[in-house]
Design a protein around this ligand. Structure first.
Ligand SMILES: NC(=O)c1ccc[n+]([C@@H]2O[C@H](COP(=O)([O-])OP(=O)(O)OC[C@H]3O[C@@H](n4cnc5c(N)ncnc54)[C@H](O)[C@@H]3O)[C@@H](O)[C@H]2O)c1
Length: 300
C-alpha cells in the first residue's frame, strides 16, 4: 500500500512507535526511525531491515526545531523525499496537579506537544516544497479527550495535540496534506503502571495472546493500532482529515469534535444573577460529566 513512500516515526524505538515503523516498512515505505535511546532505535532498524524493509535511525530527543529539521533532512537525503510524519514520541511524568513540578511539565509538554509542533511544521514545509501532498499523523490519548487523574501535563499535551491537528487539517486542506490524530490504546510499558494492567502487559510481552474481553474493550498489541497508521499513511486516506481516531485491540472508533450542547440568549447580555438562575435551573441538568470515560480494566 505504501510503495515509494517515505515516513518518519518519532519515538519508534519501542512500543507503539516500533510497531508503526515496522508496519509502514512492511507495507513498502522507507522509514526514518527516531528515538532518544540509540540502542532501541538500532533494534527497530535491524528488525525492519532483517525483514527486507528499508530503514535508518536518526537518534535524538524531539522537541527543538533542530531535531525536527534533522529528521526531515534525513528522510530527504537518504530516501529522496518525505510523505508521512508520525509524531509518536514523548515522555511521561504521571503526577497530580499539586505534585507536578515545572520540570515535569516542561519535559512532558516539551516532548509530546512541542515535539509534535516542530516535527509537524518541518514536515509540512517539506510537503509544500514537494507539492504532492502529505500525511501528518499525530498521536493523542484518551487522557487528552477526557479527564485522567494524575496526568496534568500529559492530558494538557494530548488535548492540545488534537486541537492543533484540527487547525492543521484546515490550514493544509488546499495542498493535499491531511492531518489526523490517532487515539491509541495498547498494552505497552506506558500502560503497565495503570493498576490492574501491569500483569497483563507482562503476560503479553512474554508472548501470551491478549484475552478476548480485553481486545473487545480496545486493549491489544501495538500491531493492532499499526494497521490504522498504515491506512492513514496511504493515498487511500486522502478524504480523511481533521479526525481523531481511537484504535486498539479489536476496536476502531471515531471521536466527535467538541460541540455546544445547549445555547441560551439574553437580550442585552447576562447579569451574574441571571447566570446563576440559568445554571441553577435550566442548565443544571445539562452539565457535562467530568469523570474519565470508564476504562475497561475491571473486566479484563
Ligand atoms: N500505550 C498506550 O496505550 C497509549 C495510549 C494513549 C497514547 N499513547 C501514546 O502513544 C505514543 C507511544 O506510546 P508507547 O506506549 O509506545 O510508549 P513507550 O514509552 O513504550 O514508547 C515511547 C518511545 O518514545 C521515546 N521517547 C521519549 N521521549 C522522546 C523524545 N523526546 N524524543 C524521541 N523519543 C522519545 C522513548 O524512548 C520510547 O522508546 C505516545 O505518544 C503515547 O502518549 C499510548
Amino acid at each position: 500500500m505504501l510503495d515509494g513512500r517515505v515516513a518518519v516515526v518519532t519515538g519508534s524505538g519501542r512500543g507503539l512507535g516500533r510497531a508503526y515503523a515496522q508496519a509502514l516498512a512492511a507495507a513498502g515505505a522507507a522509514v526514518v526511525v527516531n528515538d532518544i535511546d540509540a540502542d532501541v532505535a538500532a533494534e527497530t532498524v535491524a528488525a525492519i531491515t532483517d525483514a527486507g524493509g528499508r530503514a535508518v535511525a536518526e537518534v535524538g530527543a524531539v522537541g527543538e526545531s533542530e531535531m525536527a529539521d534533522a529528521l526531515v533532512r534525513r528522510a530527504a537525503d537518504t530516501f529522496g523525499r518525505l510523505d508521512v510524519m508520525v509524531t509518536n514520541a514523548g515522555a511521561l511524568r504521571d503526577k497530580t496537579l499539586r505534585n507536578t513540578t515545572d520540570e515535569d511539565f516542561d519535559l512532558v509538554v516539551g516532548s509530546h506537544l512541542r515535539g509534535t509542533f516542530t516535527c509537524g511544521r518541518a514536515a509540512a514545509a517539506q510537503f509544500r516544497e514537494q507539492g504532492e501532498g502529505g500525511r501528518l499523523i499525530l498521536v493523542g490519548s484518551p487522557a487528552g479527550q477526557r479527564a485522567s487523574f494524575g496526568q496534568t501535563a500529559y492530558s494538557a499535551s494530548k488535548g492540545a495535540i488534537v486541537a492543533m491537528m484540527r487547525t492543521w487539517a484546515v490550514e493544509h486542506a488546499r495542498i493535499g496534506v491531511t492531518a489526523n490524530a490517532i487515539v491509541p490504546t495498547a498494552l505497552t510499558r506506558m500502560v503497565a503502571t495503570i493498576p490492574g494492567l501491569g500483569e497483563l502487559v507482562a503476560k503479553v510481552e512474554a508472548g501470551e495472546p491478549v484475552p478476548e474481553p480485553a481486545r473487545r474493550k480496545g486493549l491489544g498489541t501495538p500491531a493492532d493500532v499499526a494497521s490504522v497508521i498504515v491506512y492513514l499513511a496511504s493515498k487511500k486516506s486522502e478524504h480523511v482529515t481533521g479526525q481523531a481516531i481511537a484504535a486498539g485491540g479489536d476496536r476502531i472508533a471515531l471521536w466527535t469534535h467538541p460541540s455546544e450542547v445547549d445555547e441560551h440568549q439574553q437580550r442585552g447580555g447576562w447579569s451574574a444573577e441571571q447566570v446563576a438562575d440559568l445554571f441553577g435551573d435550566t442548565l443544571a441538568g445539562r452539565l457535562q460529566g467530568f469523570q474519565p470515560a470508564p476504562l475497561v480494566i475491571e473486566e479484563v
